[in-house]
Each structure stands twice: as structure tokens, then as C-alpha cells.
Design a protein around this ligand. Structure first.
Ligand code: PMP
Length: 402
């Protein structure tokens, strides 16, 4: 039997009183002691710059850093750790792909398909690329329940499609896309697929080989790790064909004033001193997550979502936004007579942390005819008591605001 309370005890911030009901996990998760300790341990025992020193501390730092790359590769079931590029997060990883692969492979008239669910991070870099090269962006519509309109997706696919950008799980309304199936269809047309896994990695077991994606990106901080670090996974043949993006130290083979040659991937894409301690914390978070019963966590988070959705259906004046059959642990709602910001303020006064707004998904919200929602999103340490408390507070708040 999964024990969320036992897990919770590993998170110092959740131990405070009065108890914090933290339901903003899609924005960022709290961090377990194992992650905090890993960063501190690095600074206390092995702090040095990586890849450049001849002294033993530098060797220890480099080993720890490269071991972290292996942890990420293992977590995603990548073929090799050379397929992992460290970035600042999902956003930087998508910008890297758009700048490097996109600029080398897209021309005027080529098409980029993006689901209407996408976070701005998986829209704006492609728009910037399209403006530079004359490519065209085509949004893939949703069905009324917030799932992807598969018919529309198939009707948009053609030999002009070069890239399909898909979120694995929507941060705004929770819809989970049938990624493997969509990738398969896109590959029929020779298109590459970038999967934004920012909201998936903490909740699902990810196997990039089984998914057969081309690019998979995510951020450490939404999966119990530190901020400022994340990863791009790309198939090695694609990664090794990509031109460099940022220039600087560490990404080169030889530099002269007349000519520079570049290092192999992944070093080619990691200019400058990386976020070393955060990378070690990132790996500690993934190792921590993999040591948990992930199937039990997914089931627990699923039950929390069902509990909240059922409870919401019994409160007048609340509408669930997004009721796709396949969803991650994200529940968005709108209110008939109250503004989500006002509701969130009342919740905050009761130590309940949720998110309100457009969740960096303005095209999605516009397609739903909304300017914002209130979102509760779960992690492994949330409890059924958290949901009961939220439901009671929502009822009380709506009565007060009526
Ligand atoms: N994609 C999705 C689906 C997200 O939820 C987020 C973060 N809200 C991002 C991309 C961007 O992640 P980051 O800000 O960590 O780069």
C-alpha cells in the first residue's frame, strides 16, 4: 500500500506548521532531502569546474557530472548518455532544437504542426524560427473534452510537415496525448517529433526508445529536482548532425582566429561552465524517483484527481475544464460567479497553494473561451486529506464570494 505520508516526511518544506497544502506541482515540485543533500555534498566534497582540470577535485567533479548524464539517460531509457544534452530546462532545450536543427532543416513553405495544448515554450521558439525561415505554423485543434482532434491532426500531416511539437501532458488542463501513436503517424511523412515532457516525467515511466520520438525535453524542477537544469534527449544520429547553437568554451575541438572546429555532441551544445551542482541534484532527484514504486505513485495521483473531480462536480458554480479520458494529475476549473484570482487568494489564506491564470498557454485558453483557470496539480506527497481540505475551502470560498 502506497504511503503518501511516509513520502511526505522526506520533504523538509512540507513539514512546516501550519501544514502547507501544496497543489502547485505543475509549476514546480518540492524537493526531497536526498536532492538537497546531494547538492550540499557536492559543494562540501568535490566542488571544482568540470572537464578542464588536471587536479583530483576537478576529476571528481567531472565524474559526478558525467555520472549525472548517465542517470538521465538511464531514466529515459536512452541508448547512450551521449544522447543527453544538459540545458537550463525544457524551454532552453526547445530553443536549442529550434535554433540548431530547425535552422538547418526548415525552409520557406515547410510546416510545423503544434497542438493547441502547447505551453508557450513549445510555441514561441518555433514562431521565431518560422519568422526567420518562412516556415508555416499550423495548430492542431482539440475536441471539446480537451483531447487532441486526431482527425484534424491526420488532415494536417503532409510531405510539407517537417516538425510536430506535442506536449506529453498538458500543464494547463491535464490532457495526456497518445504520443507513440502520433509519432508513428508523423514519421510516415518523414516529419520529426519533439515531445515536451515537462509535465510527464514525474508521473509516467518514460522510454524514449519505445516512444520512438526524435526529441524529448524536460525540466528537473518539475520532477523533484533543482531549478536551472533540464535535459534535451535526441536520437544520436540527429544530435550528431545538428550544428552548434551557443559558442564558447567546452563546445569546441580547436579554435583559431581563422577557423574553429566543434566538439562532438553532447559537448557541442554545452558552451560554458554548466550548472554543476544542480545537475548533480537533478540526477539525485531522478534516482530518488526511480527508487519509488512509480506505478503506485501514478495510481495514487490518479485517485487524487478522481477524488477532486468528483468533489468539484458536487459544488455549484464550478466547471471542470478539460475532461479528456487520458489525463495527468492536473485539474483546472472555472467559476460561474467568481474570479479565479479571488478564489486563489482565499485559498492562500488557508495555506492552500494553487495556480491561477493562463498557465503560459494563451492559445489554449483562447480556444476554450477563457482568460484563466484555477489549477490544482498533484505530486506523490499529496494526500486525500489535501483534496478534502481543498474541496471544503472551495465550497466555503464560493459561498463567501456569492
Ligand atoms: N512545457 C510545459 C508543458 C510546462 O509545463 C513548462 C513549465 N510550466 C514548460 C514547458 C517550461 O518549463 P521551464 O520553465 O522549466 O523551462
Amino acid at each position: 500500500m502506497f504511503d503518501a505520508y511516509a513520502l511526505r516526511a522526506q520533504f523538509p518544506l512540507l513539514a512546516r506548521t501550519p501544514a502547507l497544502i501544496y497543489l502547485d506541482n505543475a509549476a514546480t515540485t518540492q524537493k526531497p532531502l536526498q536532492v538537497l543533500d546531494a547538492e550540499r555534498h557536492f559543494y562540501e566534497t568535490a566542488n571544482a569546474n568540470v572537464h578542464r582540470g588536471s587536479h583530483r577535485l576537478a576529476v571528481a567533479a567531472t565524474d559526478a557530472f558525467e555520472n549525472a548524464r548517465s542517470s538521465v539517460a538511464h531514466f529515459l531509457n536512452a541508448r547512450s548518455s551521449n544522447e543527453i544534452v544538459f540545458t537550463r530546462g525544457a524551454t532552453e532545450a526547445i530553443n536549442l532544437v529550434a535554433h540548431s536543427w530547425g535552422a538547418a532543416n526548415l525552409q520557406a513553405g515547410d510546416e510545423i504542426l503544434l497542438s493547441t495544448l502547447e505551453h508557450h515554450a513549445n510555441i514561441v521558439p518555433w514562431q521565431m524560427l518560422a519568422t526567420r525561415c518562412g516556415a508555416v505554423i499550423k495548430p492542431i485543434q482539440l475536441l471539446r473534452d480537451g483531447s487532441l482532434d486526431l482527425e484534424h491532426f491526420h488532415s494536417l500531416l503532409s510531405n510539407k510537415t517537417k516538425l510536430v511539437g506535442l506536449t506529453h501532458i498538458s500543464n494547463a488542463i491535464g490532457s495526456e496525448l497518445p504520443i507513440a501513436e502520433l509519432i508513428n503517424s508523423a514519421h510516415h511523412y518523414g516529419a520529426k517529433v519533439l515531445v515536451d515532457g515537462a509535465q510527464a516525467v514525474a508521473h509516467k515511466i518514460i522510454d524514449v526508445q519505445a516512444l520512438n520520438a526524435d526529441f524529448y525535453v524536460f525540466s528537473s524542477h518539475k520532477a523533484y529536482g533543482p531549478t536551472g537544469i533540464g535535459a534535451l534527449w535526441a536520437r544520436s544520429e540527429i544530435l550528431s548532425s545538428m550544428p552548434p547553437w551557443q559558442g564558447g568554451g567546452e563546445m569546441i575541438e580547436r579554435v583559431s582566429f581563422s577557423q574553429t572546429s566543434y566538439a562532438e555532441a553532447p559537448a557541442r551544445f554545452e558552451a560554458g561552465t554548466p550548472a554543476i551542482a544542480q545537475t548533480i541534484g537533478f540526477a539525485a532527484a531522478l534516482d530518488w524517483l526511480q527508487a519509488q514504486d512509480r506505478v503506485a505513485i501514478a495510481q495514487h495521483e490518479h485517485l487524487l484527481r478522481l477524488q477532486l473531480e468528483l468533489g468539484l462536480s458536487q459544488i455549484e458554480g464550478i466547471r471542470l475544464i478539460g475532461n479528456a479520458l487520458q489525463k495527468g494529475p492536473v485539474v483546472s476549473m472555472a467559476f460561474t460567479h467568481a474570479h479565479p484570482y479571488d478564489v486563489a487568494q482565499f485559498l492562500d489564506a488557508r495555506e492552500i497553494a494553487v495556480r491561477v491564470g493562463n498557465h503560459c498557454a494563451q492559445p489554449l485558453l483562447a480556444s476554450l473561451g477563457l482568460s484563466g483557470t484555477l489549477r490544482a496539480s498533484f505530486a506523490a506527497y499529496n494526500t486525500h486529506n489535501d483534496i478534502d481540505t481543498l474541496l471544503a475551502a472551495l465550497s466555503e470560498t464560493l459561498e463567501l464570494l456569492a
